[in-house]
Design a binder for this molecule. Structure first.
Ligand code: SF4
Length: 388
């Protein structure tokens, strides 16, 4: 017999019930039964009753951080073909991994993936450890990923809590504390629900519930295995959970990007420093990105091709806009045509335009190149702005 909860008797901060209806406590078995019937088929998921491969779980969980299933699927398939196990990944050059990762974003993940593979080969005999604490010691594996690997690959009673699961739990218990302050409370409640047996299926059931029914907008509560236990559903204000602290927008930064194109079909690129934003990725030369960027002096940051070489930079109409986690960015794009065999300035290199797909270009730089190479919208040449 299911236990019951009286809404009006819930702890302070979780009482928003209209009326005093008594509802049953959520039962893990209800979620597991729903999962057995409605589980999603995902490339990295083991068939029912089979244990998942830890390498595949780890790879997919790293790729899925901040990224959708749809975006990850082709990258995941490509990685498995190139590097079918963790030993192969550890042996690969970092540059190859960055190139294969290009376009997936949050590039620190790719560098950590490589560092983690090497650490697993060096310290754990090429097999990801089973315990959360040992997993958390590895590069790029935080509390969530460690719990996901432990639960899904090893069926340990661990509780991964991602954004989808946060939403389910916040609604289930109508948690009034806004995120991110509510995270410890949400984790405690999710942990209390986690069963000792089938913890991996339970975690994946929660993930699937959040992804398919308990969606941010218009959750399909009528189909939910926990609708009789859900406080937000009883109140009728599901979409208002989880509560959130209003976001502080990052300050807009601006800069200029320079796309130098050679007559024989090459474009000028360079590699960003290994540490920091987009570390180790490929880019076209740019100015610094600053909140107080002065566009009138943009060409001072353009690459220089040696004394006596006159270069005419032309500005493309429009801007390339990109939003990083902490700030939005606007880049104006300048383009110049150079003769064949012009030498690359120090720290840069010429790359064949037809070979750009093989470069570790982040999305921002793909946008910049597309803006420069596929549009004919060019502002009038600015007198006196040519660089020699
Ligand atoms: S009843 Fe609705 S709001 Fe509550 S957990 Fe289920 S889908 Fe989410």
């Amino acid at each position: 017999m299911a236990a019951t909860t009286t809404l009006a008797a819930k702890p302070a901060g979780r009482q928003r019930a209209k009326g005093r209806a008594a509802i049953s406590s959520p039962q893990p078995t209800d979620l597991l039964a729903w999962y057995d019937r409605h589980r999603r088929t995902l490339p990295w998921r083991a068939p029912p009753g089979r244990r998942a491969d830890p390498y595949r779980v780890w790879l997919s969980e790293i790729m899925l951080q901040q990224t959708t299933v749809k975006a990850v699927a082709p990258y995941y398939a490509d990685f498995l073909v190139r590097w079918p196990d963790i030993g192969a990944l550890a042996a690969a050059p970092l540059d190859d991994i960055l190139k294969a990762w290009a376009g997936l974003g949050y590039y620190a993940r790719a560098r950590n993936l490589h560092a983690c593979a090497r650490a697993v080969v060096k310290h754990h005999g090429g097999r990801l450890p089973t315990h959360e604490a040992a997993l958390r010691d590895l590069p790029g594996i935080g509390a969530y990923t460690a719990a996901a690997i432990a639960a899904i690959a090893y069926d340990a009673p661990a509780t991964p809590v991602d954004g989808n699961i946060e939403r389910v739990i916040a609604r289930l218990y109508a948690i009034e504390t806004p995120l991110p302050a509510a995270k410890p409370e949400i984790f405690r409640l999710a942990q209390a629900l986690t069963p000792k047996h089938r913890a991996g299926d339970f975690a994946q059931g929660l993930m699937d519930l959040g992804a398919t029914l308990c969606t941010p907008k218009r959750p399909a509560c009528a189909l939910c295995p926990w609708r009789e236990s859900c406080v937000a559903h009883a109140q009728g204000d599901m979409e208002t959970y989880p509560r959130r602290t209003p976001k502080r927008e990052g300050v807009l930064r601006r800069g200029a990007a320079f796309v130098a194109r050679r007559a024989d079909g090459f474009v000028l690129l360079r590699t960003r420093p290994a540490k920091g934003l987009l570390g180790g990725m490929t880019e076209v030369p740019t100015t610094e990105w600053l909140a107080d960027f002065d566009g009138s002096g943009a060409l001072e940051g353009a690459p220089r091709f040696g004394s006596g070489k006159s270069v005419r930079w032309r500005r493309r109409l429009g801007m390339v806009r990109h939003v990083f986690t902490h700030f939005p960015l606007e880049l104006s794009v300048y383009q110049a045509e150079l003769p064949a065999r012009t030498r690359a300035p120090k720290g840069t290199r010429w790359v064949k335009i037809t070979g750009l797909a093989g470069e570790a270009l982040p999305s921002l730089m793909r946008k910049v190149l597309a803006h420069a190479l596929t549009s004919d919208r060019i502002e009038k040449i600015q007198p006196g702005k040519d660089q020699s």
